[in-house]
Each structure stands twice: as structure tokens, then as C-alpha cells.
Design a protein around this ligand. Sequence first.
Ligand code: AHR
Length: 354
Amino acid sequence: MQNSIINMKKIVVGIGVLLCMLLWFSSCGTRMSESEQPVGTDLLKEEKELVEEGDNYIVVGISQVGSESDWRIACTESLRNTFTQENGYYLIFEDAQQKQENQLKALRDFILQEVDYIVLDPIVETGWDAVLQEARDAGIPVILMDRQVKVSDESLYTAWVGSDFRGQGVLAGSWLSDYLEEQGRGSERINIVTLQGTLDSTAQLGRTSGFASVMEQHDNWVMLERQDADFTQTKGQEVMEEFLKTYPDIDVVVSENDNMTFGAIEAIEAAGKTCGPDGDIIILSFDAGRAALQAMEEGEINADFECNPNLGPLVSEIIQKLEQGEETEKLQYIKETYFDTTMDLESLIEVRTY
Ligand code: AHR
């Protein structure tokens, strides 16, 4: 079933034609027995119904980044719950396992399969011009979600929906600034390390540059090091272990997603240090999934800046508009907030859906 319904339709039509020819040839020679006759007829009927049924679906090929984080898993769930046959979709879902080459291949397969729409969550921002041009030449609209692309011609994709990653980074920096003031540490030297997400991904670029823009206003903030930990817990832990060996006086960890944060917390505790509001190291995280809010409730994370993974319905809304021949907004930002330990975390966790 990994081949598109379109290919399936072609195969079914082919089989149908072959069966017709077979029936015609056999009827030219000997007459079919009565018991044989309905079998062929029924088969053809069933196949015809299948083709007609396939015609009723909107075929969507989705190229997802991977399954590197809780956020990603929640995002995939949102897509799978939205692009169902009950909702009129036929979904072809490809997990790229964090490799751009897999995404390029998936997109080219979607084009060959003549899907109706391509939905792409690009792992990194660059390297998409050629394949997007191929999709355009094939007349297939491409909708981007979550991360963005840098292309020479913005009309190579139809629309994008996702987070304001730079805004999240700015919010994290401003939150830290206010917090340090409240703690009476506003003019103290503050040593910071950053666990970065996959380099050249929009989530990394935005969060890093947003936080850096606030850093520029604080001469006393020192970025000791930034390092790529690929948005995974394992790498977050490894990189944090290295940071702790190299820098004995870390005041703040900026971790560009929750899973790297979980890894960092493990490393900090294994090194005999503590984190969170009552600890040695201030932890700022991004995503704000339920597990992170629980860690915050337990006093391990200071603040978490939300990244909403419920993108399925928003992508579907865009497709439905295009189906109706309506205009769609080129860029659409999803609504997000932040959380810290001053809030009623217990009630927030209770209603958290991801
Ligand atoms: O692109 C969104 C980011 O990618 C999320 O912050 C992270 O958890 C995911 O892996």
C-alpha cells in the first residue's frame, strides 16, 4: 500500500483491461460455463468500484523529518489523525529519519506517483530549489509545515504553516533578562551554553538568532559555547557532559528542545549538580510538551517556550481552501505561549494534549 492510490488505480485499470480482453477472447472460442461467468463480471465490478473510490480521495504525500523528539511524535500523530480516509484523504507518509536525501527521494516518488498535494517539513532550509521546481513542473502544489526553506523563488511553494522560532528565542532571552533582574543578578557575569537543534533547520536558526538578539543587549552575558545536539536526548546528554567537563561555572543552559533538555538534566545530575529554580543551573527549554512541564513541576526546568505540534488541521485547512479554488495565506503562524514555575503547572498539565 506504500505505492500511491494513483499507481494502484493504473494497475487496477490495467488488470481490468486485461480481464476484458481475456473474457472477450474466451467468449470468441467456447462459451463460458454459467458458473464461471459471474466471477469475471464480479471482479470487474469490484475493480471498477475501487477505481471510483480512489477518485474520491485527495491524495497527500507527506515527508516528515523523523521521530527524533516528543514534539515530532505529537506532530506525526496530528497529521495521521487529520489525513484519514474518513476525512476524504489518502495519505502516503514518509519518515525521512532526519536525512535530507531521504526527503528528496520521497518528494520525487510523490511526483512520480502523481499525488494531489505534497506536504513537506524540511529538515534544513537549503537545497530545495531543484525538487520544488520538479513538483511545480508536475503541477503539484507543495505546502510547507513547521520548518521553512530558503529558495530563489518563493512561489515554488504554495504556503507555509508553523512556529515563530525567532520569536520563541527572543521570548526566552527576555524571560531570562527579567528573571535575573528579579534575582538581583542583573549585572552579574552570566555564563551560558546552548544545545542547538539540527543546524540549518528553521527551529535552530530562529531560536539561536532570537536569543542572540537579546544577548546583544547584555554585555554581562557570555556565551561559552553553542553546539549541535540534533534535537535528540542522547546527543543532548553527550554534549552537556562535554560542556560540564570544559566549563565548571555554567549559569544557564539554553536547550533548543525538550528532549535535549532531558538529556542535559541527566548529565547535570550525574555530574553532581542541580538545575531549575532552586539549583545551580538555570534551564531554558523549547517545545513545552507535557513531560517537560512535569519536569518543571519537579523543579528541574525554569521556563519552557511552546512549539505547537498540532499542525495537521491547519495543513488540511490550506488544502481544503485550494480545493475550493480559494486564496490561502502564504505564511501562517500558529499560536503559542510559554510556561514557568510561577504558574499553576498541575492544572496546565491536566489539560495538556501533547
Ligand atoms: O521543528 C520543530 C522542532 O523539531 C521541535 O522543537 C523539536 O522538538 C523537533 O525535533
